[in-house]
Design a binder for this molecule. Structure first.
Ligand code: H79
Length: 429
């Protein structure tokens, strides 16, 4: 197990998390009914009473836990992170601390109680997303991130709101989640913004959530838990959102435990009229890029309000399934390599196995720096076909038709045409 800058010594083992590398994020809630940016309660300044129609019409009647779990499993992910409560405040489980919950909707069922056992059945680890922001709770003090209630009346009400009550509510609900639903592997809180300042209100952070207490509660209830860093305590998994770091994250010369969370189309919930989908190839390259920089990749889907994973989404998942069937060995259990990526390539490494992901097919060869004397055999991963390579030979007479080779390097001899339809072929070294 690696020692990470952002993972204290007394925290539980990160072993499974480092190993598993690929997770599926599922965003589901009342915002799935509105079917547009999951922030619309705020961005469209919708009052609580008006937002209630999404509660009244919420009924994911086609939800099938086994189907979601099967889709996740077949995609090749090793864990799933599910939204138990997004900023809108609606609970996707049968919470005794609120009426604003799934069991009080037309649907009536406890979705979490169905989903988690199905995920476990497929051997998937379980992460719970839980928003510390809550636009519904009466004691949640509104701030500039909530223009819906950014008016004088609402600001006035702030003086009567008691965040201490909300903190207790947070702890109560987290206690339910971490006590009543079996083993939880990962707690994914969202999010702190302590440095924001709107003049009349400030952003929120560890004092507003009483983060120390909340974090301690999590470890008390699930001692082996992985936790992210969004409680503003400067520890836990760093989760850059729709942002790929250029280098493996480090701090003070130490590696940082991190996870890239990425959308398929820019927003997180089901977003019916959003056509700005990233290409499948781009999403795949983002995954590989993440692992090549020692991170985990958490790829998001937003099922519809009827509980269906759309065909467009399934196409992406299927694309990953195809690729992962032949290439999971270069992702799962792998991390950054200490060798430098050749141009248009990404290395991942697992022990002394090196995986070269070729983003852009070269013409006939790739020079691999620093590998002279270290390589016995090279093959494509998808079909285990041999790839020949050349090494420096002082006796060799280099003619003007051949490339020179440095004594430190090896040169892979590749076909001119990419010999596979996979967008990113992998060469195992
Ligand atoms: O759940 C997903 C997002 O809804 C949530 N985190 C992920 C996992 C998230 N909340 N806030 N943010 C991410 C960043 C804040 C972005 C904002 Fe805006 C900029 C809020 C208001 C301006 C753009 C426009 C995003 C929402 C409205």
């Amino acid at each position: 197990m690696t020692t990470y800058y952002n993972w204290p010594d007394n925290f539980p083992s990160t072993e499974w998390f480092e190993h598993d590398r690929f997770g599926l994020f599922i965003h589901f809630g009342l915002f799935s009914v509105g079917a547009r940016h999951e922030w619309y309660m705020t961005t469209e300044q919708i009052e609580k009473d008006d937002y209630k129609k999404y509660f009244d019409y919420f009924n994911p009647d086609l939800f099938d836990a086994d189907e979601w779990a099967k889709q996740a499993y077949e995609t090749g992910v090793k864990y799933v992170v599910f939204t138990t409560k997004h900023h809108e405040g609606f609970a996707l489980w049968d919470s005794q601390y609120t009426d604003y919950k799934i069991t009080n909707t037309e649907f009536k069922r406890d979705l979490l109680a169905e989903l988690l056992p199905a995920l476990r059945k497929y051997g998937l680890k379980i992460g719970l997303y839980h928003s510390v922001i809550d636009w519904h709770h009466p004691d949640f003090i509104v701030d500039g991130l909530h223009p819906a209630r950014d008016n004088l009346v609402e600001r006035e009400k702030n003086s009567e709101r008691k965040m201490a009550n909300y903190q207790q509510y947070l702890r109560n609900q987290v206690t339910e989640l971490l006590s009543n639903y079996g083993k939880i592997d990962y707690m994914w809180f969202d999010f702190s913004y302590p440095h924001r300042d709107w003049g009349w209100s400030k952003g929120k952070g560890k004092n507003d959530w009483d983060s120390e207490k909340l974090e301690q509660l999590c470890f008390d209830l699930q001692p082996h838990l992985i936790i992210n860093d969004r409680l503003n305590l400067d520890r836990g998994v760093i989760t850059p959102e729709q942002y790929q770091p250029q280098e493996p994250l480090t701090q003070d010369g130490m590696p940082v435990l991190w996870e890239a969370c990425q959308t398929m189309y820019g927003t997180w919930g089901y977003d019916r009229d959003n056509y700005e989908w990233k290409s499948k190839e781009l999403l795949l390259k983002m995954m590989i890029d993440t692992v090549s920089k020692n991170g985990n990749y958490l790829m998001n889907i937003g099922p519809t309000a009827r509980g269906i994973i759309t065909n467009e989404t399934k196409e992406v998942l299927h694309y990953f399934k195809e690729w992962m069937t032949y290439h999971s060995r270069s992702i799962i259990g792998c991390g950054a390599s200490y060798f430098v990526d050749p141009i248009d390539c990404r290395y991942t490494q697992n022990g002394n196995r090196l995986y070269l992901h070729v983003y852009s097919w070269p013409y006939t060869h790739i020079h691999l720096k620093g590998l002279a004397g270290k390589v016995d055999y090279v093959q494509f991963l998808h079909d285990a076909s041999e790839i020949k390579f050349r090494t420096f030979d002082p006796e060799e007479v280099i003619t003007s038709t051949e490339t020179k080779i440095s004594p430190d390097d090896i040169v892979l001899l590749l076909p001119t045409v990419k010999p596979t339809t996979f967008d990113v072929p992998v060469i195992e070294i």
